[in-house]
Design a binder for this molecule. Structure first.
Ligand code: NI
Length: 179
């Protein structure tokens, strides 16, 4: 168990394009993934990308049964996704509030594809091929953006719908009880 510090917006490592994983089934990769889950759970995250703990590899994890940071989001299957590719299944997009462990205490509205197919590999190198919609699809798009050095703040629909959680709650923008 090794919780890692999550690097925050402003750190240039968050803006770098991450490299593909070439070797699967290695102790090093398993350790990275274990550290990522420990960190995500410690921070109550919905997902985490390797660059957020300073590792420039195309590895994301996500998933939860319920999440206190996103109480209305339903269940997202626990997933390790390596070298991911995302394909939008149609042109429909949905606006929704997003946060990020690298931008603590804040939320903003981002438009994402409603229905996607994502492919990639698990830690053993076995193929993953999943169709997702709603919050599940949103989390995958958010996490995979990190691999290309994109933070959700670069995708805000409207700068007026971005701010500190406490203030947004006070203004009645959404209900959520932590960062
Ligand atoms: Ni994020």
């Amino acid at each position: 168990m090794a919780i890692q510090p999550v690097i925050r917006l402003g750190d240039p490592r968050l803006l770098a394009v991450a490299e593909e994983v070439k070797n699967f089934n290695t102790a090093k990769l398993d350790q990275l993934i274990e550290d990522m889950f420990d960190t995500m759970y410690a921070e109550n995250g919905a997902g985490l990308a390797a660059p957020q703990i300073g590792i420039g590899l195309r590895v994301v994890i996500f998933g939860f049964d319920t999440n206190t940071r996103y109480p209305d989001s339903g269940t997202v299957p626990k997933t390790i996704l390596i070298n991911p590719l995302i394909e939008a299944l149609d042109e429909n997009k949905q606006e929704g509030w997003e946060g990020c462990l690298s931008v603590p205490g804040m939320r903003g509205v981002v438009s994402r594809y409603s229905r996607i197919r994502y492919t990639g590999f698990d830690a053993s190198g076995d193929t993953i091929d999943v169709t997702a919609e709603g919050f599940h699809a949103r989390v995958v798009q958010h996490e995979c953006d990190h691999l290309d050095g994109i933070i959700y703040t670069q995708r805000l629909v409207d700068p007026a719908r971005f701010g500190f959680i406490e203030e947004l709650q006070r203004a009645g923008c959404f209900n959520s009880n932590s960062s």
